[in-house]
Design a protein around this ligand. Structure first.
Ligand SMILES: Nc1ncnc2c1ncn2[C@@H]1O[C@H](COP(=O)(O)OP(=O)(O)OP(=O)(O)O)[C@@H](O)[C@H]1O
Ligand SMILES: [Mg+2]
Length: 278
């Protein structure tokens, strides 16, 4: 595996409290890698160190072969970071936000690039409204679109779907999959275990300052003894019902102000499905 991100024995303390106590991690090129951990585990701290925003106390970090401490410019040119809290400028329109980043990156044709990203993220109709008027999902999509400007080799997504509705989460997931298919490496953090299970090629669990488990889902499952399998009737979950009722035309471009939708008749309730319970 060619490593896009390599972290060895990383330590970081804040005001005498050791948050990272020797983190080891390797993310392969083109991989979707999920970093899991409870609140305060140090996920954002790890990402910020990789992205040159924080200095480690000790340890070795390489991002695309570059050291974030000594080769910060090379790292910044190779990555993008979509932080836990959106970096969108709410006084600007969606289009202006994208053009601004393209200019900062020194790219040709910022207007054309912005138009393509707006279309790809279903934001064309809302492009010329101030971002302050966007819904949470639209803001998150714009934030991720801003992160893709300049075709970074490595994309850090810190809790990319927190606060999104189930449909908007699925949209973000498909965006992440598209990125990885195009060869981009994605390191994401999430509080949603199902998100890691659905999306990630490999998963690491950060706990009490160290990575306590790493692997693919099948590898992690092998850490636990298999449970007895029995068959039960499963009622549809609220998420199944919500998605069945609200799915219709692609959620991309959903913008209640720009294109009011006609209420759709609710589908008949999903029949209970049989599934194996472990
Ligand atoms: N700049 C800072 N100054 C002081 N303490 C900090 C700083 N940044 C982070 N910390 C502390 O370090 C610990 C790890 O924080 P971090 O934000 O990395 O956690 P996280 O895993 O991202 O948590 P969450 O799931 O809540 O986003 C927390 O206890 C936090 O309070
Ligand atoms: Mg965090």
């Amino acid at each position: 595996m060619t490593a896009a991100i390599r972290i060895a024995d990383l330590h970081k303390s804040f005001q005498g409290v050791e948050v990272l106590k020797g983190v080891d991690l390797e993310v392969g090129q083109g991989e979707i890698f999920a970093l899991l951990g409870s609140n305060g585990a140090g996920k954002t701290t790890t990402i910020k160190i990789c992205a040159t925003l924080l200095k480690p106390d000790s340890g070795q970090v390489r991002v695309c072969g570059h050291d974030p401490l000594r080769q910060a410019d090379a790292v910044r040119a190779a990555i993008s970071l979509t932080g836990q809290f959106a970096a969108v400028d709410e006084l600007l329109t969606g289009r202006e936000n994208l053009v601004l980043i393209a200019r900062l990156r020194g790219l040709d044709d910022p207007a054309g690039l912005a138009a393509r990203l707006l279309a790809r993220f279903g934001l064309t109709e809302a492009a010329d409204r101030r971002a302050a008027t966007y819904s949470g999902g639209m803001t998150r999509r714009l934030d991720i679109a801003m992160g893709l400007i300049g075709d970074p080799d490595v994309v850090f997504l810190d809790e990319p779907t927190t606060g999104l509705d189930p449909e908007a989460r699925l949209e973000v997931w498909s965006t992440v999959r598209e990125l990885a298919e195009a060869g981009t490496t994605v390191l994401l953090t999430t509080q949603y275990l199902d998100e890691a299970e659905q999306l990630a090629d490999r998963i690491a669990i950060l706990h009490q300052g160290k990575i306590i488990a790493t692997g693919t889902m099948p590898e992690l499952k092998r850490l636990f003894p298999p449970a007895r399998v029995e068959y039960v009737e499963k009622e549809p979950s609220l998420e199944d019902i919500f998605l069945a009722i609200t799915s219709g035309p692609s959620a991309k471009g959903r913008d209640p102000l720009a294109s009011p939708t006609t209420p759709q008749p609710a589908p008949s309730p999903a029949s209970p499905i049989k599934e194996a319970r472990r």
